[in-house]
Ligand binder design. Structure first.
Ligand SMILES: CC(C)(COP(=O)(O)OP(=O)(O)OC[C@H]1O[C@@H](n2cnc3c(N)ncnc32)[C@H](O)[C@@H]1OP(=O)(O)O)[C@@H](O)C(=O)NCCC(=O)NCCS
Length: 150
């Protein structure tokens, strides 16, 4: 996915640019359909929190997963970060599904926080560079023609 990367206050946003019906047209860079952000921890420069949103008309087309994967690669290969965290509201399973699809591991216990005076339950996810690298090697091996021989 082509995108605009901007860095401000240790936070990076990748903006997607596709139009319905032209998903495979790599020259289509004129439309903002969502964003993925990476907020680097102020106290731990090897860690960052991943966030994303996609405009409603483009939901469930794989865009968040594709863009988040691109940002993960940037975070681990270029920024050399060690850990990426993400969290979602318990009542937002689509966001959790994206975290699962990009290889993040759900943490065992929900976290209780507060929003507008009301308690909210958050589900935390974690991905380390070691786990990400190992999964990439396994996926490459599965996609290799040699895998068919065995
Ligand atoms: C969460 C969000 C970014 C997902 O974007 P998206 O481009 O639709 O995500 P993808 O298409 O890559 O993947 C969505 C997955 O969630 C699944 N899904 C959608 N609705 C779901 C639901 N109610 N319950 C469980 N899974 C659901 C889809 O089936 C898909 O999984 P699949 O590929 O296994 O079928 C988008 O819905 C959004 O912007 N929501 C509002 C902002 C937000 O919640 N941001 C995250 C804050 S933590």
């Amino acid at each position: 996915m082509r995108g605009l990367v901007s860095a401000m206050y240790r936070s990076i946003t990748l903006a997607g640019t596709r139009t319905p019906g032209r998903e495979t047209d790599r020259s289509d860079t004129g439309h903002l359909i969502g964003a993925v952000s990476l907020h680097i921890d102020a106290w731990d420069y090897l860690a960052a929190e991943l966030g994303y949103w996609i405009g409603v008309p483009w939901w469930n087309k794989g865009f968040a997963t594709e863009a988040a994967n691109a940002v993960l690669r940037f975070a681990f290969e270029r920024l050399r970060l060690a850990r990426i965290t993400a969290c979602h509201l318990e009542e937002n399973p689509a966001s959790g599904r994206v975290m699962q699809k990009i290889g993040m591991t759900r943490q065992p216990l929900p976290r209780v926080a507060e929003k507008g005076g009301q308690p909210i339950r958050l589900i935390d996810y974690l991905l380390t560079r070691e786990t990400w690298s190992a999964k990439r090697i396994v996926n490459r091996w599965k996609a290799s023609p040699l895998a068919l021989v065995t």
